[in-house]
Design a protein around this ligand. Structure first.
Ligand code: IPE
Ligand code: IPE
Ligand code: MG
Length: 249
């Protein structure tokens, strides 16, 4: 499958809603946390293959604002897993020239997680390959609201007139201000929804739903998703004829 990919038409930014850990565990007759533990290999495979392909940005939805409403024991287990995984994976990130980044409300996370995350981001900040962004305690509505608050403050301070606000200025307030919008969004486990992920950024993203449960997701599945993306015509509201004309010109 990798050989079929057009290396000149790769997405610059792939976003993934990693879903299905609980169902994967249930299928084995195990507790949900077992699914989360077995999700790490899928994260490693996806990160490695994006790095190998030369993709610039991979953003993984690891924990949503709404996920705080899960049973306390599951939330705690997820947070502990996060800390231990980041610690263990740092050397793999370095080997693959990956820079770690975070979006979401960092202050919601337990202090141990915050430290581990900050440390890993500092240690990998000079890496020049893939930027791996973990969305943790993130939601699209939270992010848009935070941006709106900052802009309202700027208006109140007299540094920005409401009529001067443009999409580009708005985007600068988002946590993703230094990345392009994702060209491709992958969601595993067959669910057909966005679940409060990058609401602004996904406006024109190509969606790919995989039936595979996240712990089973491997490099081949990623290649399949990219291949599917490469067969699409992205029209951005225009007609097919317009797109073909601009390709020729
Ligand atoms: C995704 O798997 C992981 C997180 C949301 C943290 P789920 O835990 O949502 O698994 P399902 O959807 O219950 O199978
Ligand atoms: C979305 O998965 C959030 C993450 C993958 C982190 P959920 O499993 O929480 O989504 P819903 O609740 O099924 O929409
Ligand atoms: Mg789920």
């Amino acid at each position: 499958m990798k050989e079929r990919l057009d290396l000149h038409n790769l997405p610059r930014h792939i976003a993934v809603i990693m879903d299905g850990n609980g169902r994967w565990a249930k299928k084995q007759g195990a507790a949900r946390v077992f699914g989360h533990k077995n999700a790490i290999l899928a994260v490693r495979e996806t990160t490695e293959s994006c790095a190998e392909l030369g993709i610039q940005h991979l953003t993984l939805y690891a924990f949503s604002t709404e996920n705080w409403n899960r049973p306390r024991a599951e939330v705690n287990a997820l947070m502990e897993l996060l800390v231990s995984t980041i610690r263990k994976e740092i050397s793999t990130l370095q080997d693959n020239n990956v820079r770690l980044n975070h979006i979401g409300n960092l202050h919601d996370l337990p202090t141990g997680c915050q430290h581990q995350l900050n440390e890993a981001m500092a240690e990998t900040k000079k890496n020049t390959g893939l930027t791996l962004t973990l969305a943790l305690s993130y939601s699209g509505r939270w992010e848009i609201l935070e941006a709106a608050k900052k802009l309202m403050q700027a208006a109140r301070d007299g540094v920005l007139a409401p009529e001067a606000l443009t999409p580009a200025l708005f985007e600068q307030q988002l946590t993703t201000h230094d990345m392009p919008d994702p060209e491709l969004l992958i969601r595993t486990s067959g669910e057909m929804r966005i679940s409060n992920f990058l609401l602004w950024q996904l406006a024109y993203t190509e969606l790919y739903i995989s039936e595979v449960l996240w712990p089973d997701f491997r490099k081949e599945h990623l290649y399949e998703a990219i291949y599917s993306y490469q067969q699409r015509e992205r029209r951005f509201g225009k007609t097919s004829e317009q797109i073909n004309l601009s390709k020729q010109g």
